[in-house]
Design a protein around this ligand. Structure first.
Ligand SMILES: [Mn+2]
Length: 202
């Protein structure tokens, strides 16, 4: 089974369309998006439409939560309420904070940060106290329910093992980071990240 991984979108509609095209060419079994669709340079409505029309399994990020509540609007590239039409707003509002999907290697949890906490991430170099004090991670480690966690938030693509969990980070489409799209093979538990080129409209 192969899962397409869309990281934090941040309104990068051109990069999102490119990523969905690549995943379609690759004939992945399903595509997930780890949230943070709002707040960025591109077009929010187009991003919502693309994710919905492609049947992408999408969760809500902290930026989507803030956008819907019009909180934290002093952040760079924060979008005003006018950035989304009513249909987009409704679609964003009904997104779950996490989703479980069945894979041949056991259940995978798709979330934004870690578990139901959209503000906590695990970084590639976190060890020792950083992991021990990560309470949402510790709760997932204490439970037998999931084998794989697919998250975002850090904008750093990653695949690493912590205890019985394979932690995957989908990275981001945000142009100010290193935009990429991921492919996770749940049989071999390996991933491949494809860099997204700089895209211009038209
Ligand atoms: Mn985030």
């Amino acid at each position: 089974m192969r899962i397409g991984l869309i990281g934090d979108v941040h309104q990068e509609d051109l990069a999102l369309a490119w990523a969905l095209g690549l995943l379609s060419d690759e004939q992945v079994d399903l595509v997930v998006c780890v949230g943070d669709i709002a707040d960025g340079f591109g077009d929010l409505d187009t991003c919502c439409e693309l994710l919905e029309s492609h049947g992408v399994i999408t969760v809500k990020g902290n930026h989507d939560r803030w956008f819907l509540a019009q909180q934290m609007r002093e952040l760079p590239q924060a979008s005003s309420a006018a950035a989304a039409n009513p249909a987009s707003r409704e679609w964003l509002a009904q997104l779950p904070s996490s989703v479980s999907i069945e894979t041949p290697r056991g259940k995978a949890l798709v979330c934004h940060g870690m578990g139901d906490d959209d503000m906590v991430g695990v970084k590639p170099y976190d060890e020792g106290y950083a992991l021990d004090s990560n309470l949402p991670l510790q709760r997932l480690l204490a439970s037998d329910e999931h084998r794989i966690v697919i998250a975002g938030h850090t904008h750093q693509p990653m695949l690493r093992r912590v205890g019985h969990l394979t932690l995957v980070n989908a990275g981001t489409l945000h142009r100010e980071f290193q935009p990429c799209v991921g492919l996770l093979d749940t049989t071999t538990l390996t991933e491949r990240f494809v860099p997204i080129p700089r895209l211009e409209p038209g």
